[in-house]
Design a protein around this ligand. Sequence first.
Ligand SMILES: [Fe+2]
Length: 352
Amino acid sequence: MRKIDLATIKVGSKISKTIYNSKGHVLLKAGTVLTDRYIKRLQELGFTSIFIDDGLIDDINIEEAISENTRINALNCIRDIMQEVKRNKIIHVAPLKKAVNNIIDDLLTNKDIMLNLSDIRSYDDYTFNHSVNVTVISTFIGMSLHYRKDRLKDLGMGVLLHDVGKTQIPLEIINKPGRLTEEEYEIVKKHTWYGFDTLRKCPGIKLTSAHVALQHHERLDGTGYPRNLKGKRIIEFARISAIADVYDAMTSDRCYRKSIPVHEVCHYLAEGSGVQFDQHILDRFIEKVAIYPQGTRITLSDGRSGIVIKQNTGIPARPVIRLFWNEKGPLPKPVQINLADNLELNIEDVIE
Ligand SMILES: [Fe+2]
């Protein structure tokens, strides 16, 4: 299967991965043949890409860090919490704990997986999906830092609720397509304090977890907000979630721009290493990210091109590729090569 931009998909293509809405209801089952009407409807719902079988890598399954069940449970949990907080500022901790536990358990059983967040989401439910992804990434980083389970739970609870303060910000500002005015940006910044105030009053949530809501926009060099904290004055949980937050925001499709490819986002983060982002934490993260996710079309330094089909754990820049073309056209037969064993070859270009 391969993730394809909805705008370029042809009628008659077969969906290879079931598409759910954010409540976990099935929209279109795997195996469904796309009609013009289905494509239009998915676009109206805010989907920008889906998985299909296109005859090139149909035998390849995309490995997910957490199960569909765990993801849908976490999505429902964060949605319910945000609605409750908006109404009466009460947080029920038991479902939150369960959602975080499930994420940790899934990740612990998939320890060696490379981070490849390939889920398909529509941008209307961005905040919920974003909260779940940032939690998965942060927990993943916590594992690389050898956190014990209790600490992973405290991290996860803070991160899943890191943007809970957005419930107090007017929706027209949160969902505004395009650039915010200076005044609007000042209002958005307050979500950190609102979130902290809500979480610190909540029995069952530790103060360090509440600080994730307050500090996740702080940057090592003091250029973040709301308090311009510097260096180690920012707690480690927040230094982790800052990286996860930026990574997921940039790699997601938004209503005002398309997602940015993973290798470009990693390059951006690396440029801020030790300046805006904690170098040690970032290094642990980059080791685990599939820089060229499965399904990415690439060109090699010898001119041949193909599709990434598998990751090599620990060597994110050198995945396994199935080659289909050279500069002149299609190869007589696809060739599989592992870049980990072919050090003379490099990925030269990513074809969008
Ligand atoms: Fe935030």
